[in-house]
Design a protein around this ligand. Structure first.
Ligand code: GLU
Length: 304
């Protein structure tokens, strides 16, 4: 790994910055983390790895899981998926209801909550045991049987998930949800509750840096073309209504979650996972963005 010193120096620099932002306390269980946690882990497609800080502490990956559910649904139903969900940035908050009415229940993209709820519905229609099968798919990518859902987080989110209930019902009213909304939401809350650490996250997502193939036994998770498209969606929609600013500052396809995690992909080179739970006003990790901005600036390792 060529950039160990740079990563260490930037880590120390960003760690010292005044902690701005708040924990995602709208899901009560997410407030039970150490707000000063900060970890970074990088994996390259040549199998070099390096981590600093709290990279082995597990956290709730939340919306980052939407990339994995999209990947499985895309693998199963192929291009038909785009009849049910769009590929445009929304320019609205992750949990917004505003555009759905005008767009007749077709969410703008698979990474806003509305889109991920439709993807969850597609998976329920296509899997025998959605929760078990999805977990097996995720574990199989990097051969990591330690990855699991958190029941505490999924129950906590269910107890306050009123906007997601509204989104699912509104989409159902337009005919774009096939299954019972309570089953769809239960599955959605589970997939958002997946827990892992920065090391597991960066190792899991390496298939998106490697033309869709995992490093573990070279398994094809997505075709090269599908992998390109998922990366494109991460680039344009991975940070909700901060996607433009994130691309401007960092220049890597990435996905954030309200647990404070970010995974960023440099196609054909590396994945880097960052975790710092304090979020900015748009719901993205404050220090996570700062670190990645400094990292791609210093190393010149961005796609632009
Ligand atoms: N489970 C979260 C929600 O539905 C996901 C949001 C996020 O991570 O951005 O509110």
């Amino acid at each position: 790994m060529n950039h160990e010193k740079t990563i260490e120096n930037l880590y120390e620099k960003v760690k010292r910055i005044d902690s701005k932002g708040d924990l995602a306390s709208y899901i009560p269980e997410l407030a039970n983390v150490n707000s000063e946690s900060f970890g970074v882990y990088i994996s390259t497609i040549n199998s070099s790895t390096f981590g600093v800080g709290n990279y082995s502490d597990k956290f709730s990956i939340q919306s980052i899981a939407k990339v994995l559910s999209l990947s499985l649904a895309y693998r199963i139903i192929g291009e038909n998926i785009w009849k049910r969900v769009g590929v445009e940035p929304s320019g609205t908050a992750f949990n917004s209801l505003i555009q759905l009415e005008a767009d007749k229940g077709i969410p703008r993209n698979p990474f806003i909550n509305a889109g991920a709820i439709v993807v969850a519905d597609i998976l329920i229609s296509n899997l025998d045991n959605p929760k078990e099968d999805f977990l097996a798919f995720v574990r199989g990518i990097s051969n990591d049987s330690e990855i699991n859902y958190s029941t505490d987080i999924s129950l906590s989110e269910k107890s306050v998930g009123f906007r997601n209930v509204a989104l699912c019902n509104l989409i159902k009213s337009f005919g774009n949800i096939e299954n019972d909304p309570s089953d769809v939401l239960d599955f959605y809350f589970h997939l958002c509750s997946l827990e892992m650490n920065c090391k597991q996250l960066s190792e899991l997502f390496i298939f998106l840096a490697n033309d869709g193939c995992s490093l573990f036994e070279g398994k094809e998770i997505l075709s090269q073309s599908q992998s390109k498209r998922v990366n494109a969606l991460m680039q344009t929609c991975g940070f909700y209504d901060e996607s433009g600013e994130f691309a401007f500052k960092v220049g890597l396809p990435s996905k954030s979650g309200v647990g404070g995690g970010i995974v960023a992909i440099h196609p054909k080179q590396y994945t880097i996972a960052v975790w710092s739970p304090r979020l900015n006003k748009k719901g993205n990790s404050y220090k996570g963005i700062k670190f990645l901005e400094e990292f791609t600036t210093k190393t010149k390792l961005s796609i632009f």
